[in-house]
Design a protein around this ligand. Structure first.
Ligand SMILES: Nc1nc2c(ncn2[C@@H]2O[C@H](COP(=O)(O)OP(=O)(O)OP(=O)(O)O)[C@@H](O)[C@H]2O)c(=O)[nH]1
Length: 436
């Protein structure tokens, strides 16, 4: 072997080592960026949560000053912190009694003497907003919500030419919008490959391609109708609301009742959240607002399954069109509470088949929602997801992972605390919301 050959071999070996080292360094820096993005996301969530807690505390202080009886009856359960909720749930669990005293009430029957005199406009039956007007208003709200991710994407995609670093920024931005690591990587890989094949780096074209790929991931031809709205629905059609503490189950139950009432259906609400009297009171306030009867127990800690049984029996006897059963918030890692959901379902099914179990996920929860969804799906079986509080979050990319992993469609989105702030999930509006 002459000197030239030896030099050639050494050069090749040095280049190979340099490539390997560069690869390892690039991988590490990529991991660092993802970690930093995750950290930034967590910080933002913590800041948003702190701000929300502050607002809730201020609201509670204002409420207690007012001290009105009606105010006390309509205190939303979500006004207590998740930790408090979980604690009260656990306390009630130990004192739980099977002998419940169930009181079917109607909006007229349910008013107590003092709450009758102090009944505010809030609990008076209101006329539902028309579907068209509601959709226009909700779309405008979604379009106006400040979306840092959409702006970040816009800034990247507004460049003349996309560099490797820009592609990575696109991926990071999708990650921060909670699109999920796998989906974000897949999207950017596909876009980059397409760009290589077609030779185009035109940001406008890339943006359009990203939109259609996101739309395909979210699914444009999925059947997102509520089962109660399908021709084969049972009568009464039973819907059970489930989810962790404070996600918006009771609020969504109330808004949903209103949607059915607006469609001319007779609705009944079942307060199977028996851990706190305030929860049944909150549902009763919604019942009065949307003018539907509420079946509840007057006893704190009564067996939720027995309330569900009573509610389903009454809905059956009265031939209601829809029965919506609200359940207590529970953390997905509390096995006994998750088992209780199965019992609520089984007991209800002694009277009526259950058409729908809606998991209410808080859009601001991020990828943790995925873990919740899996456990709830296992415990009771879910047929649809409601993504609540989308008005307070530009994220909601969790939609993609939930649908992909559980095969369950997102059917509704919550866009505020008002009675008409619930809308069918619309993939186009949702994707445009992320890209806006
Ligand atoms: N901004 C906004 N707030 C919402 C939405 N849905 C519910 N909320 C608020 O979230 C808080 C909690 O809502 P609840 O309906 O009490 O939640 P929950 O899941 O029934 O609570 P627990 O029974 O304690 O588990 C309340 O202050 C609601 O007004 C929404 O779509 N947008």
């Amino acid at each position: 072997m002459d000197t030239q050959q030896i030099i050639a071999i050494v050069v090749v070996a040095v280049i190979a080592i340099a490539l390997i080292v560069a690869g390892v360094l690039a991988d590490r820096s990529r991991k660092k960026r993802i970690d930093a993005a995750e950290q930034a996301r967590e910080d933002r969530e913590a800041a948003a949560k702190a701000a929300a807690d502050k607002a809730i505390a201020a609201k509670q202080a204002a409420g207690s000053e007012a001290g009105s009886a009606a105010g006390a009856a309509s205190t939303p359960s979500g006004q207590k912190s998740g930790a408090e909720s979980a604690e009260s749930t656990e306390q009630a669990e130990s004192t739980q009694s099977t002998a419940s005293s169930i009181e079917p009430t109607s909006s007229a029957q349910s008013a107590q003497p003092e709450s009758q005199t102090s009944q505010t406009a809030e609990s008076q039956p209101q006329t539902p907003e028309s579907a068209t007007s509601r959709m226009t208003r909700l779309k405008a709200r979604l379009a106006n919500s400040a979306n840092p991710f959409g702006k970040a994407l816009f800034n990247i995609l507004a460049k003349d030419h996309l560099s490797e670093a820009d592609w990575e920024d696109v991926e990071d931005t999708l990650l921060m919008a909670d699109v999920g690591a796998d989906a974000s990587e897949q999207l950017v890989d596909e876009l980059r490959n397409d760009a290589r094949i077609t030779g185009t780096h035109d940001p406008a074209q890339v943006r359009e391609a990203l939109r259609s790929k996101l739309l395909a991931m979210v699914g444009t031809d999925t059947d997102r109708r509520l089962n109660a709205d399908k021709p084969e629905a049972h009568k009464p059609s039973v819907i059970i609301m489930v989810g962790v503490n404070g996600t918006g189950k009771t609020t969504t139950a109330g808004k949903l009742a209103r949607l059915f009432v607006a469609d001319g259906k007779s609705v009944m609400l079942g307060a199977a959240d028996t851990f706190r009297a305030a929860a049944a009171d909150q549902l009763e306030t919604w019942g009065a607002k949307v003018n539907v009867p509420v079946v509840r127990s007057d006893k704190d800690g009564a067996d939720p399954a027995s309330v569900a049984f009573e509610a389903s029996q009454r809905a059956k006897n009265e031939n209601a069109d829809v029965l919506i059963i609200d359940t207590a918030g529970r953390l997905q890692n509390k096995a006994n509470l998750m088992d209780e959901l199965g019992k609520i379902r089984r007991v209800t099914e002694k009277n009526l088949p259950v058409d729908e179990v809606l998991l209410v996920l808080d859009a601001t929860t991020g990828q943790n929602g995925m873990e919740q969804a899996k456990v709830f799906a296992q415990a009771i079986g879910i047929t649809g997801v409601v993504l609540s509080k989308l008005d307070g979050s530009a994220k909601g990319g969790i939609v993609i992972s939930v649908q992909k992993e559980l095969g369950v469609p997102v059917k509704l989105v919550g866009l505020g605390e008002g009675p008409d702030d619930l809308a069918p999930f619309n993939p186009e509006d949702f994707v445009d919301g992320i890209l806006a």
